[in-house]
Ligand binder design. Structure first.
Ligand code: 5GP
Length: 179
């Protein structure tokens, strides 16, 4: 599978260290509080699996699956809910866990939607951050590793549904897109 990779951008070691550090901060910040962690599928599943096991307080875990309306290669900011959470988030603290923040439009919409359900707070944790592409003014409370404006795969992120299972964050070879 690695034959499709141009180069590794972020190693597994670096990703593990980041999950540990964010897990420690989240455990401290939410100690004694009722926290619901919402993983955004599909891309967020590997980061969430790593992060959740570094969190040392009891939490509820749930998942949402959303998709952008329109052209799938461009974020429109209007999200369609494919799968909603089963958990009632009213009166609880919510932490959304995402793979990557690019334009921020998807997350912005998701935060606004969840806020209508009466949570005590809604915060965001993302494994990767592409600040150069930001369009929406989203506050990322637990910010991940900054990456340049490159299309990456691995660690949960796909190209045409594939490569989510590569352990590192990688840049794909150009010829894979060109095909
Ligand atoms: P945005 O922040 O632009 O609304 O959208 C974020 C979503 O776009 C992410 O959850 C992810 O699914 C997708 N995305 C953004 N940048 C990349 C990238 O470099 N690689 C992959 N595979 N997906 C990306």
């Amino acid at each position: 599978m690695m034959e499709v990779i141009e180069r590794v951008l972020i190693s597994k070691g670096e990703l593990d260290r980041q999950a540990e550090e964010l897990g420690r901060r989240i455990s401290e910040d939410y100690a004694g509080k009722e926290l619901v962690i919402i993983g955004v599928l599909k891309g967020g599943f590997i980061f969430l699996a790593d992060l959740a096991r570094k969190i040392t307080i009891p939490v509820d875990l749930d998942f949402m699956s959303v998709s952008s309306y329109g052209d799938s290669s461009k974020s429109s900011g209007v999200v369609k809910i494919i799968k909603d959470v089963d958990t009632n988030i009213g009166g609880k603290h919510v932490l959304i866990v995402e793979d990557i923040i690019d334009t921020g439009l998807t997350l912005n919409h998701l935060v606004e939607l969840l806020k209508t359900r009466g949570p005590l707070s809604v915060k965001i944790c993302a494994a990767l951050d592409k600040p150069s592409k930001r369009k929406a003014n989203v506050q990322v409370d637990y910010k991940g590793i900054e990456i340049p404006d490159e299309f990456v795969v691995g660690y949960g992120l796909d190209y045409a549904g594939k490569y989510r299972n590569i352990p590192e964050v990688c840049i794909l070879k150009k010829e894979i897109y060109m095909k």
